[in-house]
Design a binder for this molecule. Structure first.
Ligand SMILES: C[S@@+](CC[C@H](N)C(=O)[O-])C[C@H]1O[C@@H](n2cnc3c(N)ncnc32)[C@H](O)[C@@H]1O
Length: 454
């Protein structure tokens, strides 16, 4: 393949990029941390600022192609290395050394290096850390052998379905079974980063005004959905006009549907039951002046709701933030029932893998059933707090039917007085789709408000 010489991994900051060897070692630490079950967001947040963007760029790519890196390491080594960091460094280097030409054509931001630079920098990286220094020779030999036998090794690696699709086998099997016609497009979409989509803060500005401000700064963008703006190229948020002023928030086009689906009007008592970091809370508050309780089990994440609403100018006196477990009503509910509830319940996040490429490696197959059981407990509790005649919107960012259509059927059968209202149901990510994977179900609780408990 013809490789452009592109030795920088961090086009997003003006800061001098550290040497590639340092970035490779840092990325190997990230790969190791994901293997230990830590989230990519947490690990990257702990990276020093001067190299965070560069390590993020490499880590995102490596997460997407980790199955290929593992398969190649497996083919090159008789048995696994007795040192996890050395193995992660080898896997990282192999992912980057095996970039395919079609990937670069589809996404010009795929990190591409001259092979000789990459091999020598990976060997230097091994020497930078005492845990990996003893593996310099072996890493060098593996990478050079990969270069010599590149085509044959790649053919062998791509025989494996997890390499072709970039997901664990169990995940591929489940998506294939659930969506026999679309499974390939759904999985393939996760090789690409999701687009950067903004939700206009209609309390502060209009979409037309935001598009005009973007145009003025030569930022190409177009309208999407009712209140969205899709940028042609991703940019750091602080360089997009209107960040400080709170003209918009970053929100996927699929997530933006939530606020419009819940028919809220001024003065209503609304519960956003799993609110953090507050994207959908903000959408609701842009629709109407509400008596809104934003609940979340995670106190730290709730602080992000406060910060986001503050920046957007939406944190008015009608808004209450509560830390609490939605299931344990006694701990947070004052007994006054709600007109409308947004239940954006915790889920496997299988619909947002293109934005969080580590999720596919962090999840275990049994998590689906466990998460689905938790979702049922949360919705059952919330249903008790809904007024007769009130409306509940159930949302997940998952593509697994156990968290979507199967939950909707269960809710209709189980929740007293539940009636289905029109809703989008399952939204699938796929090639050409500008939104992530979501599931939406809208339910009304039959009855009149006269019998309400508050
Ligand atoms: C999908 S996220 C919500 C995203 C948010 N609605 C938004 O649009 O920005 C799910 C949230 O549920 C919270 N959560 C998980 N279990 C919970 C529980 N039992 N009670 C309340 N919140 C919970 C998590 O802390 C997480 O912030």
């Amino acid at each position: 393949m013809t490789r452009p010489v592109q030795p920088t991994a961090s086009p997003q900051t003006g800061a001098v990029t550290p040497p590639l060897s340092e970035l490779l070692l840092a990325t190997a630490y990230v790969v190791q941390a994901i293997g230990e079950g830590r989230s990519l967001t947490d690990v990257l947040n702990a990276e020093p600022a001067h190299r965070r963007a560069a390590v993020q760029s490499l880590s995102f790519y490596v997460m997407r192609q980790l199955a290929r890196g593992h398969a190649l390491a497996d083919l090159l080594l008789d048995r696994g290395l007795p040192n996890e960091l050395a193995e992660s460094l080898l896997t990282t280097a192999l992912c980057l050394l095996s970039v395919q030409e079609r990937e670069v054509q589809e996404n010009p931001r795929v990190p591409v290096y001259e092979p000789y630079i990459l091999v020598s920098q990976a060997v230097t990286a091994a020497g930078l850390d005492r845990k990996t220094a003893g593996f310099k020779g072996l890493i060098n030999a593996c990478l050079r052998r990969f270069e010599r036998e590149r085509e044959a090794l790649l053919v062998e690696a791509y025989r494996r379905s997890n390499v072709r699709w970039g997901f664990p086998k169990w995940w591929i099997g489940r998506v294939r079974k659930a969506y026999p016609a679309q499974w390939e497009a759904i999985l393939a979409s996760s090789f690409q980063p999701g687009p950067l989509t903004l939700r206009v803060n209609t309390r502060k500005t209009s979409r037309e005004a935001l598009l005009a401000a973007l145009h003025e700064q030569d930022i190409a963008a177009s309208a999407i959905g009712d209140h969205g703006v899709l940028l042609d190229q991703p940019l750091p948020v602080t360089s997009i006009p209107g960040f400080e002023e709170g003209w918009w928030l970053v929100q996927d086009a699929g997530a933006q549907l939530a606020a419009g689906l819940l028919p809220v009007t001024d003065g209503m008592r609304v519960l956003d039951a799993c609110a953090a970091p507050g994207g959908k809370t903000a959408g609701l508050l842009m629709q109407a002046r509400l008596q809104l309780t934003a609940l979340d089990i995670d106190r730290n994440r709730l602080e992000r709701v406060a910060a986001n609403l503050q920046r957007l100018g939406l944190h008015d006196e009608g808004v209450k933030l509560r830390a609490g477990n939605a299931i344990d009503l006694k701990s947070w509910w004052d007994g006054q029932s709600f007109d409308a509830i947004l239940a954006d319940v915790p889920c496997t996040a299988s619909g947002i893998v293109r934005r969080h490429p580590d999720i596919r490696w962090l999840r275990q197959e049994q998590d689906i059933a466990e998460t689905a059981a938790l979702q049922r407990r949360i919705v059952s509790a919330l249903w008790q707090t809904l007024k007769p005649g009130g409306i509940l919107l159930y949302v997940t960012c998952s593509v697994f039917p156990e968290e979507g259509i199967e939950q909707a059927q269960w809710m209709l059968q189980t929740l007293e007085g539940a009636v289905a209202l029109p809703a989008p149901g399952q939204l699938l990510p796929g090639q050409g789709q500008e939104h992530d994977g979501f599931f939406y179900s809208l339910l009304r609780k039959q009855g009149t408000t006269s019998g309400a408990g508050g």
